[in-house]
Design a protein. Structure first.
Length: 198
């Protein structure tokens, strides 16, 4: 019997965002002081795990969170992949309050060229399958963003990912939370657990 393959999907920590906008892929959005503390807690949670690799979104906030994990695994370097990047959305720069008033319909009626909910799931599942191939029987950490992690949780549970489904459930991952996907004995879908380590 082969060892299970375990993927720790980590949402980045809280972000310094005084204008309260949807920053998306806009450059320069770093962790807040609270976010640095949250990222440190995620690192502590995983410090005794035998990680074989650490992956990160290209965004600064994710790389800072990944660095907090890597501090306990100095033999590993952070591997940046666009498969973990923030969603590509036309709503970047808009006030969070306006999006909240509209019910967070960020995938509905998109202009051509932006990521649909299906695109996000496809990208995240592609990463999961890549990690399962490259790190079979090992443990890997991957730092990403809220919708990416949520889409993975929906996929693991067999739930379609869309504006309607994601806004009906109270499952949105907390900042610096860890969603663990464990694939045992060639299973196509993982066992899943969730932890907010602070």
């Amino acid at each position: 019997m082969t060892a299970p393959t375990t993927i720790y999907l980590i949402r980045h920590g809280d972000v310094h965002n005084p204008a309260q906008i949807l920053y998306g892929r806009m450059p320069g959005y770093r962790l807040s002081d609270l976010g640095l503390q949250q990222a440190a807690a995620a690192g502590e949670y995983l410090k005794d795990r035998p990680l074989a690799a650490i992956f990160s979104s290209p965004q600064l906030r994710a790389q800072q969170t990944a660095a907090a994990v890597a501090r306990f695994h100095p033999e590993l370097h952070i591997q940046v992949t666009p498969l973990l990047d923030e969603i590509y959305s036309p709503h970047e720069g808009r006030l969070l309050a306006d999006l909240d008033a509209e019910g967070w319909k960020i995938y509905t009626g998109l202009p051509a060229g932006y990521e649909t909910a299906e695109d996000v799931v496809g990208r995240v599942v592609a990463l999961i399958e890549q990690l399962r191939r490259d790190y079979a029987g090992q443990e890997v950490a991957a730092v990403s963003h809220g919708d990416n992690v949520l889409s993975a949780r929906f996929w693991a549970s067999g739930i379609p990912f869309s504006d309607d489904t994601k806004n009906r459930v109270d499952l949105y991952p907390a900042t610096a939370s860890i969603t663990t996907l464990t694939f045992a004995n060639g299973a196509s879908r993982p066992d899943m657990s969730y932890c907010r380590p602070y």
